[in-house]
Design a protein around this ligand. Structure first.
Ligand code: NAI
Length: 312
């Protein structure tokens, strides 16, 4: 099996590193537009094989899509972060053109590919990839909720002094500081609702800390994070290629689920060999429904920018 990762920057290279360590494919292609970058990072990762003991082969290429032919899955991390003075429309315009171009190139060489979209604004980029490629909806998966849910479990583990692995907690909605919805009332600690152990104030604080999880790291590091995003991307790929049927929050195309149409949003899905295979419709209370509606509106406004700037 072959897996491609597009973008050899911080997130792309870390995703590829996790993929080869887990030996998810015999062959991994790391592709970047910047001359030599993917080759260099792929060689660096390859030089850990003797120490870590993996057999997956990773090859870096500069914009040569013929090397990606026959990929089962591709992770798209290419794009730019917002620069000072840049408008939201300019950022979307730049990343939208990159994501559209990358998705079309991948499809030319791997018509049955499953795309995992990471580039931001992720829900809108996932929607664009779906519309631009015409791939069946189950083969387009936006990665964001997996990361946000992992950060939610981290915040819960700190407060409860518990193992993150014992905690079940998910974040749904858009992948943004104000659009994500950490579902604390549904969170459990080995099947016991965590709300039993947390005061209302503690619950609010955990939700707030989860929502600014990415922004907090950007402030500390000076740029956006990559270890948890890379591990999250690889976890999504693992469930697909190993047909694990794991439940993750992913941004998928809604056609009536959660009362929404024609939009990609983060909801709990089963991930397996065919991409996302099933959406779980959660019973939301009025407060959660209102938050979901607000999140939907924000993502829809962002999607409309694609039309305004003529990318869709
Ligand atoms: P980065 O700047 O380190 O890497 C981006 C890479 O994309 C660069 O190496 C650049 O040369 C490459 N690139 C640009 N245009 C390209 C093209 N047309 N073809 C191939 N490669 C191209 O950025 P980083 O930190 O890796 O982030 C990547 C993206 O992922 C950003 O949009 C970021 O906002 C997003 N992100 C999303 C997360 C999520 O949970 N969905 C989490 C973290 C980051």
């Amino acid at each position: 099996m072959k897996i491609t990762v597009v973008g050899a920057g911080a997130v792309g290279a870390t995703t590829a590193d996790n993929i080869v360590r887990k030996e998810l494919a015999e062959e991994v292609i790391l592709l970047d537009i910047k001359e030599g970058l993917a080759e260099g990072k792929a060689q660096d990762i390859s030089q850990t094989a003797a120490l870590l003991g993996f057999d997956s082969k990773i090859t870096g290429v500069t914009n040569d899509y013929s090397q990606t032919a026959g990929s089962a899955v591709a992770v798209i991390t290419s794009g730019i972060p917002r620069k000072p003075g840049m408008t939201r429309e300019e950022l979307i315009g730049t990343n939208a053109n990159i994501v559209r171009n990358v998705a079309e190139n991948l499809l030319k060489h791997s018509p049955d590919i499953i795309l995992v979209v990471v580039s931001n604004p992720m829900d809108t980029m996932t929607y664009l990839a779906l519309k631009a490629t015409g791939l069946t909806k189950n083969r387009i998966i936006g990665m964001g909720g997996t990361l946000d849910s992992s950060r939610f479990r981290y915040q819960l583990s700190l407060r409860l002094n518990a193992s993150p692995a014992d905690l079940n907690a998910i974040v749904i909605g858009g992948h943004g500081d104000t659009t994500m919805i950490p579902l604390i009332k549904h969170a459990t600690w080995n099947s016991i609702p965590v709300t039993q152990y947390l005061s209302a104030e503690e619950q609010q604080q955990i939700v707030a800390d989860t929502m600014v999880g990415g922004a907090t790291l950007t402030k500390l590091i000076g740029t956006s994070a990559w270890y948890a995003p890379g591990a999250s991307g690889a976890a999504v790929v693992e469930s697909i290629v190993r047909d694990q049927k794991k439940l993750f929050t992913a941004s998928v195309y809604l056609e009536g689920e959660y009362g929404q149409q024609d939009i990609n949003l983060g909801v709990p899905v089963v991930l397996g060999r065919n991409g996302w295979e099933r959406i779980l419709d959660l019973p939301l209370d009025d407060e959660e429904k209102a938050a979901f509606a607000k999140s939907t509106e924000a993502v829809r406004n962002m999607n409309n920018v694609l039309k305004e700037i003529g990318v869709l």
